[in-house]
Design a protein around this ligand. Structure first.
Ligand SMILES: [Zn+2]
Length: 166
């Protein structure tokens, strides 16, 4: 019985995702994502912006809700940057079960993050139907598709589309 209790404690003290962190080759450009899970434990996952499905154990992919079609149309209009159906369909959405996440080399907390070159958008779960957050990330995709430099130009994010940082 004592052994069983000890085993249970060990199981509960290890965050589930810690056991399945994918091994990333040191040659690849990797980042460590850290966040608190739904019960407040700190979880870290090494990941990479170059490999396919780097986040599959840490983030859950989800099918974009129908409203996203409307939001793509709205941001195409307000930015005046059209996106092809192929590019739009290439975007994969992932949610993170956390209030925020951050990268180990940046001190900023994120509720959404876009890796446009690999067609991925990451959003905290509670904001996946928040137009302000989702459309903000979609604009990063449009800017990338049109060869614009990374950043948050005020004219696009604040003035034209009203999705500046909250
Ligand atoms: Zn942004």
């Amino acid at each position: 019985m004592k052994t069983l209790l000890l085993l249970l404690c060990l199981l509960f003290s290890v965050p589930a995702s810690a056991q399945i962190i994918p091994k990333i080759s040191p040659k690849r450009q990797s980042l460590v994502l850290t966040w608190r899970d739904s019960i407040g434990q700190v979880v870290q996952a090494e990941t990479s912006i170059t490999v396919s499905l780097p986040y599959k154990h840490s983030f859950q992919t989800y099918h974009p809700p129908a409203i996203y079609k409307t939001w793509w149309k709205e941001i195409e209009k307000c930015t005046n940057l059209p996106i092809s159906d192929a590019s739009e369909n290439a975007i994969k959405f992932y949610y993170v079960d956390a209030h925020s996440f951050y990268f180990d080399n940046l001190s900023i907390q994120f509720v959404g993050y876009t890796f446009a070159p690999t067609h991925r958008i990451y959003i905290v779960y509670r904001d996946i139907t928040n137009p302000r957050i989702v459309k903000h990330e979609m604009i990063h995709v449009l800017m990338y598709e049109h060869g614009l430099p990374e950043g948050h130009p005020k004219n696009l994010f604040r003035d034209d589309c009203k999705v500046d940082h909250p």
